[in-house]
Design a protein around this ligand. Structure first.
Ligand code: SD4
Length: 320
């Protein structure tokens, strides 16, 4: 069987896998490695969709979602709609280690973070301000509202509900706003952890929470089985708990690639063109991924690091 430890992460973010790997080499646990890998991506602001300075919401603010799960103890910490604090995965870990709760949201999550010693910082950057200004110049075309009309005098809302129409569904999340970091680690003792960090969806409605901080949706880990993490259109994907589904399939003995494909197929049946992908890893060192074919997504690149490949290595899944 392929060797442990094993690091797998979404997208070709090799720095994430390298950082997680070096954490393991330094004696860190699977949970430490997941946190460190996500932190690296937050600092790199991977493709603008992780960490500060990306995906401004309808008010121009960047807000963060993150989760970390210890598969062996079923401890989970998560934050959603976190404001003015950059280290979302660090705060998620603080929720896990310094509270009995699982998920804290919004201003209250920020307050908790400050109590835990995280600094308060502006999450805007020139690029997030530009994205926001451009959207306003473009009359604030809402990406995530449906059956609404803007106030006739103000093209940028407030939006009012109108009778529902029968438009065919198409995913508002695409290749331009996609890259949640998801990391799954099996350490050399076979311990399992999974986690995520993202700034969500560009021009989202303030208050929107995606799949990433929801256990079973954005990520899941189960001791003596394995872990999974999803990326893509969280508004749709979270309805199917794909990470939980994939881990439970692996528990029943399914190969990681097939478990990932099965989770994608269940969503595809109802949302044929949804944008999304999932990575899976099991405690024998097996791994795989799957994605749904959508505009701009024919292949999904993910990153693997174990001693057999010897370095952070790009793998490719052909989309279903
Ligand atoms: C979300 N799943 O907030 C995240 C975004 C993402 O690939 O992963 N896009 O819906």
């Amino acid at each position: 069987p392929p060797p442990l430890p094993l690091v797998v992460n979404t997208w070709p973010f090799r720095q994430t896998a390298r950082r997680a790997w070096s954490e393991l080499q330094a004696g860190g646990s699977a949970v430490d490695a997941v946190e460190a890998g996500c932190q690296q991506c937050q600092l790199d602001r991977c493709d603008g969709s992780v960490g500060y300075g990306g995906s401004p919401d309808e008010r121009g603010e960047t807000t963060l979602d993150a989760m970390i799960m210890n598969g062996d103890t079923f401890d989970v910490g998560a934050v959603a709609d976190l404001r003015r604090v950059k280290d979302a995965i660090g705060v998620a870990r603080a929720v896990m280690e310094h509270s009995e709760h699982t998920l804290l949201v919004g201003e209250s999550a920020s307050k908790f973070a400050l109590e835990m010693g995280f600094p308060e910082e502006d999450l805007s950057t020139n690029s997030s301000r530009e994205l926001y200004e451009k959207w306003r110049r473009n009359s604030c075309q809402p990406n995530y509202r449906k059956n609404v009309t803007p106030d006739p005098d103000k093209s940028c809302g407030p939006y009012k509900p109108i009778a529902s129409s029968t438009q065919t569904w198409s995913s508002p999340i695409g290749i331009d706003n996609h890259d949640t970091i998801g990391v799954v680690v099996i350490d050399s003792q076979g311990r399992v952890s999974a986690g995520t960090s993202t700034n969500g969806a560009t021009h989202k409605i303030p208050g929107r929470v995606g799949d990433s901080p929801v256990p079973g949706a954005g990520a899941y880990a189960a001791g003596s089985v394995g872990g999974a993490s999803a990326t893509g259109d969280g508004d749709v994907m979270m309805r199917f708990l794909p990470s939980y589904q994939a881990v439970e399939s692996m528990r029943r003995g399914m190969d990681p690639t097939l478990a990932c494909e099965d989770a994608i197929r269940r969503i595809k049946k109802f949302f044929p063109s949804f944008f999304g992908a999932i990575i899976c890893a099991n405690i024998t060192g097996g791994f795989g991924a799957a994605c749904n074919r959508a505009p701009g997504l024919d292949q999904f690149h993910y990153t693997v690091f174990n001693s057999a490949v010897g370095q952070a290595t790009d793998y490719t899944a052909n989309c279903l």
